[in-house]
Design a protein around this ligand. Structure first.
Ligand code: CP
Ligand code: NVA
Length: 320
């Protein structure tokens, strides 16, 4: 890992834009070490609080197993059972938890709440998904592509088919940072936020990644090296289900759409999948699905992130 100072927090994938190549290489080493049964307890004595306002299978489990594997401990704190749910402020919660733990991962509805927690905390805060971004997911996604393309992103093109949501936001920034070109097909009215697109374009200027947008899934996937989709209805968007089902009709990765991609193209999905909506059983269970490796890679990516943010820190970074 590089000698530059670790980022204070991981609120956006842009916070680690410059060190993504090192983070991915380190995650790959941690994965190989685990397979050989040689995990080093690098976070012995460290504690990580996990605050979740929304459900989770992968993020929660990978954080807990990662901390355990690295010799540390994770505490799952459902926001409903914290005093946070009864009106204690996010800032006060941050100050108190900072006296007990070495880091806080937070899955929230609102990005502004994650920022507020980070402002109040004296320990690193990790965004475990909010309405704006899902940075930890993208480290695992890039690791999955890195493995299949032997570390070379430049000259490759990823096609996104679906919502202009939190996952696409982080993916745009992450792809731009590593030089991976991305074409996103989104339905009209579901485009990614312009400020995120602008930030991704600025990152892409330094790497040569080409970022493009269309409303036509077939145009996006033509000759692509990998396809990626996510649910039509994200957590928090449930009231819009009917409108979204209508708008996303045709934004499905199925065998016909996949046949238009490059011959070696594989399929990514952050999961959970809604089979029959954004992706078919046939693709999910087919030989071109990389989704199970991608899900496993959440664990290895999480370890690299945790080591980077927690390991070298011996004292609180600030005292609110
Ligand atoms: N991909 C992902 O974040 O999954 P969970 O919601 O299960 O954590
Ligand atoms: N976009 C999805 C991702 C789930 C991991 C959501 O926010 O619900």
């Amino acid at each position: 890992m590089p000698t530059r100072a670790p980022p204070s927090d991981l609120l956006s994938i842009a916070d680690v834009a410059r060190e993504l190549p090192d983070l991915l290489a380190h995650a790959a080493r941690l994965k190989a070490a685990r397979r050989r049964g040689r995990t080093v307890p690098s976070l012995r004595g460290k504690n990580l609080a996990l605050i979740f306002e929304k459900p989770s299978t992968r993020t929660r489990t990978s954080f807990e197993v990662a901390m355990n594997d690295l010799g540390g401990h994770a505490l799952y704190l459902s926001s409903k059972e914290l005093q946070l749910g009864r009106g204690e402020t996010i800032a006060d919660t941050a100050r108190v938890l900072s006296r007990y733990v070495d880091g806080i991962a937070y899955r929230a509805y609102r990005h502004t709440d994650v920022v507020e927690l980070a402002r109040g905390a004296s320990v690193p805060v990790i965004n475990a998904l909010d309405d704006l971004e899902h940075p930890c997911q993208i480290v695992a996604d890039l690791l999955t592509m890195h493995e299949r393309w032997r570390g070379r992103f430049r000259g490759r093109r990823l096609a996104w088919v679906g919502d202009g949501n939190n996952v696409l936001h982080s993916l745009l920034l992450g792809a731009a940072a590593v030089g991976l070109s991305l074409t996103a097909a989104v339905p009209p009215g579901y485009e990614p936020r312009p400020d995120v697109v602008e930030a991704a374009r600025r990152l892409a200027e330094g790497t040569g990644a080409a970022l493009a947008f269309t409303h036509e899934p077939r145009e996006a996937v033509r000759d692509a090296d990998a396809l990626y989709t996510d649910v039509w209805v994200s957590m928090g968007d449930e009231a819009e289900r009917a409108a979204r089902e209508a708008a996303f009709h045709g934004f499905q990765i199925n065998d016909e759409l996949l046949s238009r991609a490059g011959a070696d193209a594989f399929v990514l999905h952050d999961l959970p999948a809604h089979r029959g909506e954004e992706i078919t059983d046939s693709v999910m269970d087919g030989s071109r699905a990389a989704v199970w490796d991608q899900a496993e890679n959440r664990l290895h990516a999480q370890k690299a992130i945790l080591e980077r943010l927690l390991r070298s820190r011996s004292a609180p970074r600030r005292r609110p």
